[in-house]
Design a protein around this ligand. Structure first.
Ligand code: 3HC
Length: 292
């Protein structure tokens, strides 16, 4: 393994995007002892992330699940920046969790290719865009891969590491090891495929759940109850879609359908209608369920 690309070489992690995923990925890295920068173009987004993470740490301490010293150390290890140029210059490993738009991601990866140190691995948390789509823009495609976390990222153990055709073995090994150091259980996906593993599995369940509800076979409540009580799922498919965000669910379906053209991947009209009404799930106060 090349020394430059190895886990020993990683002390500073840059997470791009302070949204739902980015902020919790960053906190996972800070808790694991990495100096971690959260970068976002929005100062408001950074402030909201800081407030949530400080609140989360305080509640963990209050519950007796985190030592005060560890909480303070993790919060101290986090820094917040709107300036991608200086943040990238200090990063040994980058996890991009910005908006799921190819033009935005391509511009970010192009910048990272110029600004990040030569040894830095450039990973994307994208669930819909394989890293091959941004790899060429970096000028270092062998050091690019997907590192896909799950919501809520401070809790869920899985990280999908997805290699594209040019991703090197060293990049894969270092990314998998980094995930382990963050307390995760990484899985490797050897070839890009829409949805990777988890979203393909959950997509099949969601599709069937929507079919049952749309056909009037059962209520969303009873479908969710069945997933919990018959299958042992922590939450039913409708509650899960509300947690992930119906806009995200709709976007994933659109992106997957555009790539595969398969009827089974087509966006669901009921989900699209809820999104059009501004019902995005928990974050907007209503989705399939009412949270107000
Ligand atoms: N942020 C941080 N921590 C959270 C949290 C959040 N948003 N929600 C819950 N937690 C923590 C709680 O603090 C609690 O921690 P503790 O047990 O150590 O005190 C723990 O999770 C359990 O929480 P609760 O007791 O409140 O509730 P549950 O037992 O129902 O667990 C859950 C909540 C972890 C969300 C669980 O319901 C679950 O695992 N649901 C399935 C989640 C899932 O499938 N995620 C994948 C979504 S798909 C995705 O992300 C892919 C993307 O590409 C779209």
């Amino acid at each position: 393994m090349s020394v430059e690309n190895s886990i020993e070489n990683i002390s500073t992690i840059l997470v791009i995007g302070a949204g739902t995923m980015g902020r919790q990925i960053a906190m996972s890295a800070a808790l694991a002892g990495f100096s971690t920068i959260i970068q976002d173009i929005s100062q408001e987004g950074l402030t909201a992330a800081r407030t949530e993470l400080e609140g989360w740490a305080a509640s963990r301490v209050a519950k007796g699940k985190l030592e005060q010293g560890a909480a303070t150390a993790a919060l101290d290890a986090l820094s917040y920046s709107t300036d991608l140029d200086s943040a990238a210059a200090n990063a040994d490993f980058v996890i991009e969790a910005a908006t799921e738009r190819l033009d935005i991601k391509t511009a970010i990866f192009e910048k990272l290719g110029v600004l990040a140190p030569a040894h830095a691995i450039l990973a994307t948390n994208s669930s819909t865009l394989g890293s091959s789509k941004v790899a060429a823009a970096t000028g270092r495609p062998t050091q690019v891969c997907n590192m896909h976390f799950f919501n809520p990222a401070l809790v869920m153990k899985c990280v999908e590491v997805v290699r594209h055709e040019e991703t090197s073995d060293e990049t894969v090994a270092t990314t998998m090891e980094l995930a382990r150091r963050l307390g995760k259980e990484p899985v490797l996906i050897n070839r890009e495929i829409p949805g990777f593993i988890a979203n393909r599995l959950v997509g099949a369940i969601q599709r069937e759940a929507l079919f049952l509800a749309d056909s009037g076979i059962a209520s969303i409540e009873d479908i969710d109850t069945t997933a919990r009580t018959a299958l042992g799922h922590p939450m039913g498919p409708f509650a899960l879609m509300d947690m992930v965000g119906l806009d995200v669910i709709d976007f994933i379906a659109q992106a997957t359908h555009a790539e595969t053209g398969a009827d089974t991947d087509a966006p669901n009209q009921r989900v699209a209608a809820l999104v059009a009404e501004g019902k995005l799930g928990r974050k907007s106060g209503a989705g399939f369920y009412d949270y107000k």
